[in-house]
Design a protein around this ligand. Structure first.
Ligand code: ZN
Length: 541
């Protein structure tokens, strides 16, 4: 059998069980035909074979991002960005919002995303009054980068039925000033609830998902595990399926059953419909049932066992009681679901482990691969239990680079066990890397950089004992992502018979300066044997 495409003369990082590095790889139809030396692979070519000279560059399995938010990433691209290079102050954001409002029909939503009060000159949140100056004809909302807090103008609050007398919803806060007036700031469930009225329509969602998928492919991501968005889960799922069938969403999708607004009813609907984890095909598959158990690591609103280093009164926010968690996820487990939960603080992680233990005690299941998303403060006693319960962990290495300085402030010495990739590898706990984008950039090379260096953006060491080798980080961003969705037999490494999902970098990652891994670019992305992205500035493709 002859190859359709061969990539030769490079550094082919197979991520096979022996961690072999080869010179070349051959692709036939949508599968890997073989890997080997240039000579061995050249033998598989004929005059119809397309030959790509890697010129020493790395070729890797396509990246699997085991936790990001497809719809939020995409809908952000439709709104005002608070992290655009020209944004330095609140005034800059207001100017962009005004421009957006002028181009938006009265009564329709104007949204901004990626806000971080510490990244702008004023070092504070905007006020409701300031947003009312932008427009009173449009509901306006500015969403914090963590997606756990937002600021709304009066029109938006009015549409959401929130007024000065409104009580805080369970697990949330509607902020009021000293006179009992709304400041516009909505935290946790109060923020999530706003999106019941601020939801995007179907046309916007479709466009958003297409834009997001294109960005992921550019970043070398070939599979994503979607961690949910705002709005009605089943509805978003069907838009997603349409987008995949229409070829607009090009990455493979493993869709978690969870949403930022109402995971409980989403899971209920799916369980009642008899649809479980694994339903679907290699392009689009139903993933685990997912709940939120605590807040954001930078909010900071995560549920901790010890108070925050930055505030001795603060232990964070918890979304569910233990019995509630056990009931909702326990039922999903009984119905055959893989389980997962967003758990950042050690108290939240402990709750999820208790929940998994409870579900398995009642109804044992081998190879369940129940997961924990993030597992921010993964103390050693918790790691031991993760191991005993065979839990798959989905940490976010890039958080240590982007948020490392804030983590030192809020959690102090606890940074040493945050997203502890070294510990996981040494203990044999499967851990699949993920960006949680759009919380931070979706660039897998930033994640690999952060896992290898464990330094914050400002250069501070943040738990350097957790550094991993480049090959280990690549495995966590490819093979273990496939493992976390039960797909390691068909993807996640470059081995004969697996899907031809691969990525070519613009240099050799194994000989790169470790401190510069994040500057490495993607030159080419192939999914299912098809080249879907090529960097036009790369010479030799
Ligand atoms: Zn997330």
């Amino acid at each position: 059998m002859k190859a359709d495409i061969i990539l030769r003369n490079g550094e082919v990082i197979t991520v096979d069980p022996a961690n072999q590095i080869h010179e070349a790889v051959a692709v036939k139809d949508n599968k890997i035909l073989a890997t080997g030396t240039n000579g061995e692979i050249d033998d598989l070519s004929d005059d119809k074979t397309q030959v790509i000279d890697l010129k020493g560059r790395s070729c890797l399995p396509g990246f699997v991002d085991a936790h990001l938010h497809l719809t939020i990433y995409g809908t952000n691209l439709l709104g005002v960005s608070c992290i655009a290079p020209h944004i330095h102050s609140l005034q800059d954001i207001f100017a962009d919002l005004k421009e957006k409002a002028a181009a938006t029909k009265k009564g329709e939503w104007v949204r901004a995303w990626g806000f971080n009060e510490h990244e702008i000159e004023e070092d504070r949140f905007p006020t409701r009054e300031e947003l009312d100056l932008v427009s009173t004809d449009h509901p306006i909302v500015i969403i914090r980068g963590c997606n756990h807090t937002s600021i709304a103008n009066s029109k938006a609050l009015e549409l959401a039925g929130i007024h000065n007398q409104s009580d805080d919803p369970p697990g949330g806060l509607i902020e009021k000033d000293g006179f009992g007036r709304l400041t516009g700031k909505l935290i946790e469930t109060a923020h999530m609830n706003l999106f019941k009225v601020a939801a995007f329509n179907k046309t916007e969602l479709k466009e958003a998902m297409k834009l997001a998928s294109d960005e992921f492919v550019k970043a070398g991501i070939t599979s994503i595990h979607d961690a949910g968005g705002y709005g009605s889960g089943p509805e978003i799922l069907s838009v997603m399926e349409e987008g995949i069938n229409a070829g607009e969403i090009k990455v493979r999708v493993y869709a978690m059953i969870g949403s930022l607004t109402d995971s409980t009813s989403f899971i209920r609907t799916m369980v009642d419909a008899g649809i479980v984890t694994g339903t679907g095909d290699e392009r689009f598959k139903i993933g685990p049932a997912k709940l939120f158990t605590d807040g954001s690591s930078t909010g900071p609103t995560i549920a901790t066992r010890e108070p925050y280093t930055s505030d001795p009164e603060d232990y964070g926010i918890q979304y569910f009681s233990q019995p509630e968690l056990n009931t909702i996820l326990g039922e999903a487990h009984d119905k055959g679901y893989q389980l997962t939960a967003h758990a950042q603080g050690d108290r939240a992680i402990e709750m999820v482990l208790d929940c998994i233990e409870h579900a398995l005690a009642k109804n044992p299941r081998a190879n369940h691969r129940h997961r924990i998303e993030h597992a921010g403060i993964a103390s050693r006693d918790l790691q031991k239990r993760m191991n005993e319960l065979d839990v798959v962990i989905v940490p976010n290495p890039a958080f240590m680079y982007v948020n490392g300085d804030a983590y030192l402030k809020h959690y102090g010495k606890r940074v040493e066990v945050m997203y502890p990739a070294r510990d996981y590898i040494d203990a044999g706990i499967p851990s699949a890397f993920a960006s949680d984008s759009p919380v931070v950039s979706c660039d897998p090379l930033l994640g690999i950089h952060a896992a290898v260096n464990r330094k914050s953006r400002s250069g501070q060491a943040v738990g350097t004992a957790q550094q991993v080798e480049i090959l280990e980080a690549i495995r966590a961003y490819t093979y273990y992502g496939a493992y976390a969705s039960f797909d390691e037999k068909v993807k996640g490494s470059l081995e004969a018979g697996k899907f031809a999902d691969l990525v070519v970098l613009n240099e050799s990652i194994l000989s790169a300066d470790k401190e510069k891994i994040k500057d490495i670019q993607v030159d080419m992305t192939m999914i299912n044997g098809e080249v879907l992205y090529e960097n036009l500035f790369a010479h030799s493709l």
